[in-house]
Design a protein. Structure first.
Length: 453
């Protein structure tokens, strides 16, 4: 995190004293200013423009800062704006500006023309069409509505919202009505040339802005020609051997070891595994059903017979946990979409309980009640990382690596590529074909080094 330049810090301290801000609060105000300037540097906002404040406050909200903390931060930044609006430019010292690479640098403040400080009370309908400084609040609200009505995941909302925020900063908060496909072209080229992002990141930005233009602004891109494309490197996934997987498993405790066994044994994505309900497992048929996988698709995969006893034992634990929750008068588990409105008692029924529940009940502030959520993905990721380090394997391995290993090992066992595609839930077989690069050819024309002839 960057430090406030001494000249600016000194003048901000004097300004706080002149504003009779209590000494006990001055340190906190300086902390918020530092966070704000670092936020502007990181997300390419102009710190001298009041339009940068709402995104900063939203970021604090995402970080679970309280209303009181957000209000205090807003007041600290508004005082910074007042300082920058001093009549004598030379008395301002230095403020942050954005350079041509999109990063914040320290420059003389007399080069910056500041917008009128409107605080947090600006309304979208009051914003005039302008080339900078407009409010995008209404657009963010509609974006959230459009994402939710399509039942997209919270991660998708966070990702799309993040790219729209960066796009807003890039356009200096141009009025949404004035945005054109040219703005998108310039932004995508900026990502490739100045930021040197990967092709995957650039495509992610493209998809987010395509959704934003089409469903929020109700505009079409047309043809996106002339955009500098980030170079796409051939991707070969990391694959673990059976011995390496066994080595990792021995350092995993319950229930993380069972999670990993399902990731590898069924080829699940992490969010699919943690999103399993009790009714997702059919022990009689020996199958596991993934509901609402990537792309909102369902699929079934065979259960590994070797872990059935462990899963049955785990099911017994879930029954006891469910009974304890009922005794505590909990409000049930979290259910997706409007399922609870359709089946009012479903959240307390055993079949709807998470197969990998969180250790503690979660307090729902809106409903003022306790509910059960599933095991958080960060806990699984940390457990896997620790186990990989302890096993001392010489590969970069994550939760998704076990899914890669599942596909590659099936390919090694001569399974048909279409069968593997169905088990993985891929829409396009070309996605599945990447695993052909992880398996040695078994033909007579197998590539060999001349040293081995």
């Amino acid at each position: 995190m960057l430090n406030i330049p001494p000249a600016l810090l000194k003048q901000y301290e004097v300004f706080l004293r002149n504003k009779t801000i209590p000494i006990s609060f001055q340190g906190t105000y300086k902390k918020w200013l530092r966070y704000y300037l670092d936020f502007c540097r990181k997300y390419h906002f102009h710190p001298s423009q009041n339009a940068s404040l709402p995104p900063f406050i939203r970021k604090l909200q995402d970080k679970k800062q309280t209303n009181e903390q957000r209000e205090q931060a807003a007041k600290a930044i508004n005082l910074y704006y007042e300082l920058c609006k001093a009549k004598d430019p030379d008395s301002i010292g230095t403020v942050l500006q954005m350079n041509d690479q999109g990063y914040a640098t320290w420059n003389d403040s007399h080069q910056t023309k500041l917008h009128e400080n409107t605080g947090l009370s600006i309304k979208a309908e009051e914003a005039n069409l302008s080339l900078s400084g407009a409010s995008w609040r209404a657009e963010y609200s509609r974006l959230e509505d459009e994402i939710r009505v399509r039942h997209y995941s919270a991660k998708t909302l966070k990702t799309y919202k993040g790219w729209v925020q960066k796009f807003q900063a890039f356009t200096s908060s141009k009025s949404p009505a004035l945005l054109s496909p040219t703005d998108v072209k310039e932004f995508l080229s900026f990502l490739a040339v100045k930021r040197q992002v990967s092709a995957t990141t650039q495509n992610q930005a493209f998809n987010a802005l395509l959704f934003f233009y089409r469903h929020i602004l109700h505009k079409e891109f047309g043809t996106i020609d002339g955009v500098v494309r980030a170079k796409r490197k051939p991707y070969i996934p990391v694959v673990l051997s059976r011995e390496e997987i066994e080595g990792i498993l021995q350092y995993l405790e319950y229930p993380y070891d069972l999670v990993v066994k399902l990731l590898y044994g069924c080829g699940l994505r992490l969010f699919e595994c943690l999103g399993l309900r009790v009714h997702s497992i059919n022990f009689d048929a020996g199958i596991l059903t993934v509901h609402d996988g990537k792309g909102q698709k369902d699929r079934t995969v065979p259960l590994p017979e070797t872990i059935l006893p462990e899963m049955q034992k785990h099911l017994g634990f879930l029954k006891k946990l469910h009974q304890r929750d009922l005794d505590k008068k909990y409000a049930g588990v979290f259910l997706v979409n409007a399922l609870e409105q359709k089946y009012k008692n479903a959240s307390k029924e055993f079949i709807w309980q998470w197969f990998f529940p969180a250790k503690q009940l979660t307090y729902d502030k809106e409903a003022a009640e306790y509910r059960r959520y599933h095991l958080h993905e960060t806990l699984v990721q940390k457990a896997i990382k620790d186990a990989v380090n302890k096993s001392r394997i010489c590969k970069r391995a994550s939760a998704h690596t076990f899914r890669h290993s599942f596909a590659s090992h099936l390919l090694q066992a001569n399974y048909d590529i279409r069968t593997i595609q169905e088990l993985l839930g891929h829409s396009d077989v070309r996605t599945t074909m990447i695993y052909t690069h992880t398996v040695k050819s078994r033909t007579l024309k197998e590539a060999k080094s001349p040293l081995d002839f």
